[in-house]
Design a protein around this ligand. Structure first.
Ligand SMILES: [Zn+2]
Length: 605
């Protein structure tokens, strides 16, 4: 991109001090955010844009949010863009690209650009405005100068009537409440803001303030318990890394019956159910989400793949290293819950087992490698379809398992002296600065810690599409798969290898897995299965009907495909059993048991 090349050239010409001087010299962009009618789901933005007396300035809006790899066209929610000089004189505004606006300045030193943003998409990366509160994300809200000259971006918030607080990781600015100053656009885009009257719980670790901001507790979500357990998570990561990398940190927790989380440098946005603290399973899931996003404060927001920053907010950015950025983060998320004493050993092993089973029952694991799953996140992971299971693998799932295998490999190679914890810390030491790491650089750090070449491991587990080998990991950590001890004669369930949905009583195929009876029979997605062997089968009776058959039985399916009736011959198979349940191996050696102890409870070792 010409714009990026220009930035790189400028950066090369300037020393660090020059850059800092230029930053402070450039006039800031100043925004006012207001909510005159929040019940209409709109917010209003007024931006005072310095022009440096250029005849025209071009403004752009980001089309995607770092951490969520899909072009989302945020500009579609922007309306009524106008510009005026200081004396109120209207200035011409022309839409110059899908996400850009060009303002004719008439020589004015600054222009005021106003627009409205429709804010009604309940996700961690978008905006939501309603009578009770607002979630404001930087990327879908703030137009900035397209030339991206380094400059501060200031935000003054006029909350709606009755809203008392605004919470964000942005540095506060003098002159009263609701005034913030980001040193640059990246910080603004990386600092979501919650405005309203949320419940705020605090704790301090290493003298640094942490805030759990609960929007929508409703007397149901147990904020006191959640903040106590978050503190345990923070303290365990502090033990592992040896430091906390920020001055303050916010968990912006929106209890809106939505789901998901997204990482920022000094905060995270989480979405969950207000009933999330009511059952152990849902609460563990919430803790896991918080643990995952918090780990990103180190892994990806500071220690990052070289491609993930500084960001090009207008184009896709591809990296082969999301298996590290997301997968290794996923590996530590629940491991840390156990290390912090929040989930039991068995709960942790069950959680890992679920991921292994997901991977091992996804045919796409033999098609797409962990690094290509990373690279194609934009067109595959974030754009799934009915065939994804056959062609793709999740870099979260596979990456987390590769993390486990890598951890065990290093523990074995060093006789338990080193682990993946040491790799992450060494990589942070080396690559958490301005540039980030390449795939080869991360690999070199891991090999340095392991003291051996890991070429075979990278080739098979990261670049390859073959089956993963779990044996070494099981032995090193004193584990085994439960199936090893299960009776061999347990009959498997009759299976077609398809996914279905109940469409008002109709049994409709939603997915046909590779190498299954359904594929061999010629079943297609969207086929309606009417009968098995001339007997009507309704959607809610499928499981019952399958129990009438044994694997190996041959049947004829009556199928409707685009209103035409077809008969398809099918031979039932056997559903893959839960063969991937991890458990402690009771006959593990003393050495294996102590290795497992150092892995699960390093703080107590
Ligand atoms: Zn993540």
């Amino acid at each position: 991109m010409p714009r990026l090349l220009a930035l790189v050239a400028a950066a090369l010409l300037m020393t660090h001090a020059d850059t800092a001087a230029a930053q402070s010299a450039a006039e800031p962009l100043r925004y006012t955010l207001s909510f005159p009618a929040p019940q209409t789901n709109y917010m209003e933005v007024a931006a005072s844009v310095p022009t440096e007396r250029r005849p025209e300035v071009e403004l752009m809006m980001a089309v995607w949010t770092p951490g969520s790899y899909l072009v989302r066209e945020y500009e579609r929610n922007v309306e009524g863009v106008t510009a005026a000089a200081a004396d109120g004189r209207a200035l011409a505004v022309v839409k110059s690209e899908k996400n850009r606006w060009r303002v004719t300045t008439g020589g004015a030193p600054s222009v005021t650009v106003k627009y409205r943003v429709y804010a009604r998409e309940m996700s961690v990366r978008t905006n939501w405005v309603e009578a009770d509160f607002a979630l404001v994300n930087g990327a879908p809200t703030f137009l900035t100068l397209a030339d991206r000259t380094p400059r501060a971006h200031e935000v003054v918030i006029a909350p709606a009537t009755g809203w008392n607080r605004s919470l964000t990781a942005l540095p506060e600015m003098a002159g009263g409440p609701h005034r913030y100053r980001a040193p640059d656009f990246d910080t603004l885009a990386d600092s979501p803001i919650v405005i309203g009257n949320p419940a705020v719980h605090e704790f301090t670790v290493d003298g640094k303030k942490h805030y759990l901001v609960n929007q929508g507790e409703g007397g149901i979500f147990d904020g006191a318990r959640a903040v106590k357990d978050l503190e345990a998570i923070v303290r365990e990561y502090r033990r592992m890394w040896g430091f906390l990398p920020y001055e303050k940190y916010l968990f912006l927790n929106l209890l809106t019956e939505a789901g998901g989380g997204i990482e920022h440098k000094n905060s995270t946005v989480l979405m969950a159910s207000r009933w999330a603290t009511r059952t152990r399973r849902s609460y563990n899931n919430w803790l896991d989400l918080a643990s995952h996003e918090f780990f990103h404060a180190w892994n990806v927001k500071r220690l990052r793949p070289v491609e993930l920053g500084p960001f090009d907010y207008e184009n896709e950015v591809h990296t082969k290293n999301l298996w590290i950025a997301e997968g290794v983060t996923e590996y530590y998320a629940d491991l840390t819950l156990h290390r912090a004493g929040l989930i039991t050993r068995d709960e942790y092993l069950d959680s890992v087992s679920e991921r292994i089973e997901e991977l091992q029952t996804t045919p796409g694991r033999l098609v797409q490698s962990a690094e290509m799953a990373s690279y194609d996140a934009w067109i595959k992971y974030y754009r799934p379809d009915e065939n994804s299971i056959n062609t793709a693998v999740s870099y979260y799932t596979k990456g987390s398992i590769v993390g486990l295998l890598l951890d065990a490999r290093i523990r074995k190679a060093t006789n338990g002296a080193k682990s993946l914890d040491d790799v992450m810390k060494a990589a942070y030491e080396k690559y958490s600065g301005m540039r980030g790491y390449t795939a080869d650089e991360f690999r070199a750090v891991a090999e340095q810690v392991a003291g051996v070449s890991l070429k075979g491991f990278w080739d098979s587990a990261v670049s390859g599409t073959g089956e993963l080998d779990y044996q070494e990991t099981l032995e090193t950590l004193g584990l085994r798969f439960r199936s090893a001890s299960a009776p061999a004669d347990r009959p498997g369930r009759t299976w077609m290898g398809i996914g279905t949905r109940n469409d008002a009583g109709r049994l409709v195929v939603t997915q046909v897995r590779r190498d299954t009876p359904g594929l061999a029979a010629g079943l297609n997605v969207d086929d309606e299965i009417l009968a098995i062997d001339n007997y009507r089968v309704r959607a809610d009776r499928l499981d019952n009907r399958l129990e009438q058959y044994r694997p190996g039985d041959k049947v004829t399916l009556l199928v409707a495909r685009r209103e035409q009736l077809l008969r398809l011959d099918l031979t039932f198979g056997t559903e893959p059993t839960h063969a991937w349940r991890l458990e402690v191996n009771p006959s593990a050696t003393d050495a294996q048991q102590s290795s497992r102890g150092r892995w699960l409870n390093p703080g107590r070792a």
